[in-house]
Every structure is written in C-alpha cells, then in structure tokens.
Design a protein around this ligand. Structure first.
Ligand code: ITT
Length: 197
C-alpha cells in the first residue's frame, strides 16, 4: 500500500520508511504545495485524540486535490516520565523546544526515580476507515546527554530492552527494533495486511 505520512517531523518519516518499506508499504511524506503539514495540536488531550485531530487536519489540507483519495498516516508520540506524573507527555514537542533536554535533566536532579517511557499512537485513514496501532518503549532518563543520532529526547533516553546506550547512540535499525514507533508501525503493517486479505 502507498501511504502518505502527514507529519512536520522528517525524522519520523525516515524511521517509517526504513521500517515499513521492507514490509511492502511505500511511505512518502505528505506535502501540500511542497510543504509538510504544521499541525495545530489540541492541548490537554491524550496522544490518541491528538492523532485523530491530525487526521482531520490532514484530510482538510488535501480536500479537492489529487491526493484526496490517498491513504494517510499520522502518528502522535511523546515521552512520559514517571516521577513527573507523565510530563511532558502530549506536550513533548513543545517542551523539547522550550524547557529543552537540559531542563528535563535539571528537573530530575533531586530524584533517583528515572523511569520513563516513550509512547506512540499511529493511525492510517483510507476511504473513511481507520486502522490504529500503539507502541510503548520502557526505559530511563540518563544522567547526561549522550549520542548524536535520532532526534528529540533520544540523547537522554535509555531503553530497557537495549544494552545501556541512549537511543541517540544506537543505529536507526537498532532503535526501531525496540522503539515505541517501531512497535506502532509494525502493528499497523500487520492490521493493514490482514485487512487487505
Ligand atoms: P508531527 O506532530 O508533525 O508529526 P512532532 O515532532 O510535533 O511532529 P509529536 O507532536 O508527536 O510530533 O511530538 C513528538 C515529540 O515527542 C517529538 O517532538 C519529541 O520531542 C518526542 N519524541 C517522540 N518520539 C521520539 C523519538 O523516537 N525519539 C525522541 N523523541 C521523541
């Protein structure tokens, strides 16, 4: 299936292409007049509600264009820190650009509880039907920033299923094999395959 990924985050597109292409799905960024979407994300909502809001906005963007009948994929994700009651969660993108990774490390200076998880909700929308898959990656927040790969919080996130490196120290393949997005996209691929049988 050819899927247009509606996101303003090129790192997400790269991860989805690398993950879904071998499974037989052609993934391309959704571009309208050459521009990736810049979503208005409803505040104080969970990831799933935000993902459905992105589907709605993407559908409005391509209404009346040649892309109107395409399969659209969106994904909403975030970092949920145990000792901060799940903060930054659905606000991860905003917090990354304001408080920053330094700020998150400072917030955790006084606590030994460094448990956290990445969560992702991925949705494909086609012909009025939607398929959804979620992913969770448990881990902990490192004491310092390590690594230059990945994006976002990867330099401070150490997945439990890894070998002690942060996601930013891992190859894209190693990260996707255990990440929240990897799980959500793999799950989507499976539900799409059984739907088309
Ligand atoms: P779109 O909404 O346009 O898809 P975005 O980057 O704003 O792009 P989200 O609203 O889903 O995406 O916010 C996700 C944020 O969560 C992202 O900006 C990072 O701060 C963080 N995040 C999610 N997945 C991550 C990952 O795999 N590695 C590092 N940080 C991640």
């Amino acid at each position: 299936m050819r899927i247009l990924f509606a996101t303003g985050n090129p790192h997400k597109v790269a991860e989805a292409v690398q993950m879904l292409s071998p499974l037989g799905h052609g993934v391309e960024p959704l571009l309208v007049d050459g521009e990736a979407p810049d979503f208005v994300e409803p505040q104080a909502e969970g990831l799933e509600a935000v993902a459905f809001a992105k589907i709605e906005q993407a559908r409005m963007m391509i209404e009346g264009t040649e892309l109107e009948d395409s399969a659209i994929m969106v994904e909403d994700s975030g970092l949920f820190i145990d000792s901060l009651d799940g903060f930054p969660g659905a606000y991860s993108s905003f917090v990354e650009g304001t408080v920053g990774l330094d700020g998150i490390l400072r917030l955790l200076e006084e606590t030994d509880d460094r448990g956290a998880e990445y969560r992702a909700v991925a949705i494909v929308d086609l012909d009025g039907r939607t398929w959804q898959s979620n992913g969770v990656c448990r881990g902990r927040i490192s004491e310092e920033m390590l690594g230059t790969g990945g994006f976002g919080y990867d330099p401070i996130f150490i997945p439990n299923e890894g070998d002690g490196r942060t996601c930013a120290q891992m190859s894209a393949e190693d990260k996707s094999a255990i990440s929240h997005r990897g799980q959500a996209l793999k799950g989507l691929s499976e539900v799409l395959s059984s739907a088309s049988r």
